[in-house]
Each structure stands twice: as C-alpha cells, then as structure tokens.
Design a protein around this ligand. Sequence first.
Ligand code: AMP
Ligand code: MG
Length: 323
Amino acid sequence: MIEILSAGPDGIARAATLLRDGRLVAFGTETVYGLGADATNSAAVAAIFAAKGRPRFNPLICHYPVAAAAWEDTIPTALAHALAAAFWPGPLTMVLPRRAGSAVALLTGAGLETLAVRVPANRSARLLLAAANRPIAAPSANLSGQVSPTSAAHVLAGLRDRLAAVVDTGPSEVGVESTVLDLSGATPVLLRPGGATLEALEAIAGPILRAGPPDDPLAPRSPGQLASHYAPALPVRLDATAALPDEALLAFGPPCPGAGTVFQLSERSDLAEAAARLFEGLRWLDSEGHRLGARAIAAMPIPPHGLGLAIDDRLRRAAAPRV
Ligand code: AMP
Ligand code: MG
C-alpha cells in the first residue's frame, strides 16, 4: 500500500526515513514530481528504472538541498558557481565532471564520467533532501515515455503500485522539467530546454550551443533526448491553425477555428502559465477529450522563446512517431 504523505514535518520525516531505507518516494518539485531514491544505493536506483519501465539505463539527475552538497559529488567550474548563484535553488540542472570518491552509485550516472546535479526550489523538496542527508536521484515520476506528473494525483495514476510513498507538495509551479546544461566541455551545451530560459542562462554564460535532433552527434550526450517522450495515448498534431472534427484542441490564446473540446493553456498567451498547465492539459485531453469523442490532439503553435522553447520541445516529442 502506497503511503500518501503530507508536506508537513511528519510527512517529510517519514519520507526521509523511507529514502534512507532504500525505498522509492515520489515528491513534488517546482518543475514536476520526481521519483526519488537514494543515489548512493545502486539497488534503490535500479528500482527507479524498474518502476518506470525504462528500457535503458538513462543517467539520472541528483538532487541536493544546497549547492555545497552538489559540489561534493561534482567538480564545479567558475561558470557552474556563477550559474548556481543565479539559478539555484531552481529549475536548472548542470552536467559536470564527477568527483573521484563520490559515493553516488555508478548506475545513477549510467556509468558516465559526468553527473547531472540540481538544487530544486520547492521548499518541501529541499526540506526532504536535507532530512534524507544524501543525494537523491529522481527522474520524473511517470511510466517511461508518458506524460510527466505535476500533481500527486498524476503520480498515483501511473505508479500507485510501484512506490513506497508520495509526498503531496501541491501542484508544481513551473510545470516543465529543468533545463539541462552540459558544462563538462569547453562550451556549454543545452541538452534539454526547460524551466530556466535560454535567454536568462546566456545572460550569464554567454553563447550556449544547442544539441540538435536525435541524429545529431551531440544528442547521445543526453540519452533523455529520445524523440518520442512525454507522449499521451492520443496522437498529437502540431502547429494547428484549425481543429478537425475528431480533434480536441490544446489552445494557447484565443482558440483557432473548428475547436470543440478545448484545454486552454493560457487565455492571455502567458508562457509561464502555459508551462504550468501543459502536462495537466495533455492528460486531460487524453482522458476527458477522448471520452468526449476526440481521436487526436491538435496543438496550437507556441512561440519558441523563453519558456516557449521548453513547451515546444515537449510538444514535438509528444507528437513524434512512437517507438
Ligand atoms: P529526467 O529523466 O526527466 O530526470 O531527465 C534527466 C535528463 O538529464 C535526461 O535528459 C538525461 O539524459 C540527462 N542527463 C542526466 N545525467 C546526464 C549526464 N551525466 N550527461 C548528460 N545528460 C544527462
Ligand atoms: Mg521524464
């Protein structure tokens, strides 16, 4: 039986105990809900892959309550320090050389010589990380390839039978995953657009290279860049300027012609609001839209700047041919 814990002191203490015992605990962060395990315990980390039904051992992000803890497992560059000062706690993940002697299990980093680290902003998440007092590996708390969860209810819908507990920290404020930035080479490379915008990062880091589509030689550096990901059950059609009769619409701003069943990401075309509602919308269209007769999802175009870059990226993967 999964334990549903509150974000109060008792719930946090219980969740920390379970994590330290090598159990799987989902918890909310400002990006999405994470499926957490003790990153130093390879059996616990293996259980993450099993619970998600991940086909391969993708490297996982390690979460810390403060930057100093992250530097115990990685070797920060001057730029990493500057970015941490500006963006942590927050939705930025940095890929850095792994420190020799780090207790993080090799499986957590899929055997790579780098490690992805982040300090989340959600207060309850940081209290939990501090109480667990060890790095916590946490990919999104959903079955592999499916839509990421932004509430405890979403986690329960996909993983109820596979977890020890979920900490209900309320809805995720940002709503898309963290930006993943590779700082292990000479030039920073954007491996995944996310909650920290490219514009804001470049203001500090200078020009950032962008890893291209999955056949790009840079792409294998981030195995999470699978073309099909974040996929609802219904097929997704992008850049819709009109909805077809059997389509439910994911709207951004005033709905386009032909719209019947609509999930509005943001009436006032606000990208932050749209990011926070994106995964909720895909789930709603998949269940309610389908129940109301839709056989596909049409997504209106999202401007590809600021948080729009992350939203657009997730929609393209949701629409990609399924593997
Ligand atoms: P998630 O499964 O949502 O936590 O996504 C984690 C993302 O970080 C994936 O895109 C991973 O491929 C990426 N990632 C984690 N660790 C590394 C690493 N050491 N090098 C490159 N990418 C990484
Ligand atoms: Mg994920």
